[in-house]
Ligand binder design. Structure first.
Ligand code: ADP
Ligand code: MG
Length: 287
């Protein structure tokens, strides 16, 4: 199978997904993408934001689907972690609409952001995304140079891919083409943002990566351990890290690697060559 790698889910030379759509959909909805699955496996081994979650028996699609008791629990969790805090579902944060979704600056906005978060979540995929829980997290002041989308800090973040216990590759989290400015941020685009982004990319792919490489290997090994929670292990994972203003790297997110956004590879990079040699994919000339 010829696989073209162009900065998204891996695709074949014909432009299709490397797996058929049914398999892709099945993996997108696989429970192992849920924070409820991966977080307990790594939380006491690596640095993570303190995390609380409220679980549901039935996926809520809108605010009305959440009982008053559960709503109270969500607000209580926010109060306990303090403000600002970060709110997401077990698989999705609505980060592109940051100031209306995951960024919770005070108790006053919890309900309204929760409503927006569920709205955006229900608009991903034709049937929406699963919502097994609402997750409230300690807010990490991410080391950043500017804000994009609707106020999301764009900073030092790394996405690593691991497979069968080994590190496969790593990327700066924010490809240039993914950065957009919405709403009021559109009228106030930082003049030097592209240079800032390039500098962060250079830092994250070089010295930043050296700082977290060991932890990534540890997580790779954990995820390759048989009988994890009596669930089948999955061979490939994406693992995301963000660097706080305090100089510490936090593991913030994970998902099945084969259905995670995969930034394109620099053809001159060693990891890229390794992947080619391992037969993971063959490069086609970008058109
Ligand atoms: N605890 C946190 N505190 C502050 N910002 C966060 C926190 N967790 C995530 N972020 C920011 O929000 C973005 C999206 O978070 P994430 O949990 O990975 O959701 P998604 O899977 O929707 O991308 C991250 O890339 C990071 O910039
Ligand atoms: Mg994520």
């Amino acid at each position: 199978m010829y696989i073209r790698h162009r900065g998204a889910a891996p695709r074949t030379s014909a432009g299709g997904l490397i797996m058929d759509e049914k398999e892709h959909m099945k993996l997108t909805f696989d429970d192992r993408n849920s924070l409820n699955f991966w977080y307990p496996l790594i939380a006491d081994k690596v640095l993570v934001p303190t995390t609380m979650y409220v679980n549901f028996d039935k996926w809520p699609q809108r605010l009305d689907d959440i009982s008053d008791d559960d709503l109270d629990l969500i607000i209580e969790a926010c109060d306990q972690l303090g403000y600002p805090c970060f709110m997401r579902t077990d698989v999705f944060s609505g980060k592109h609409n940051y100031e209306r979704t995951c960024f919770i600056e005070s108790e006053k906005v919890v309900k309204c952001h929760l409503n927006e978060l569920l709205n955006y979540s229900s608009m991903c995929t034709i049937v929406g995304l699963p919502v097994n829980s609402i997750v409230i997290r300690e807010f990490i002041e991410i080391e950043h140079r500017f804000k994009a989308f609707e106020g999301l800090p764009i900073g030092n973040e790394i996405r690593a891919f691991v497979r069968e216990g080994e590190i496969e590759c790593h990327h700066y989290y924010w490809p240039k083409a993914s950065i957009k400015f919405y709403g009021e941020y559109r009228n106030n685009i930082p003049r030097d943002w592209e240079t800032e982004l390039d500098e962060m990319k250079t830092y994250c792919e070089g010295p930043g990566w050296e700082e977290i490489k060991g932890v990534v290997k540890e997580v790779a090994e954990i995820m390759n351990t048989k009988n994890l929670h009596n669930v089948d292990i999955y061979p490939s994972w994406s693992i995301d890290f963000a660097k706080g203003n305090n100089g510490k790297w936090y593991l913030i997110d994970m998902a099945l690697g084969d259905v995670s956004y995969h930034p394109s590879h620099d053809p001159n990079h060693e990891e890229h060559t390794n992947r080619l040699q391992a037969g993971k994919y063959k490069l086609f000339k970008e058109d």
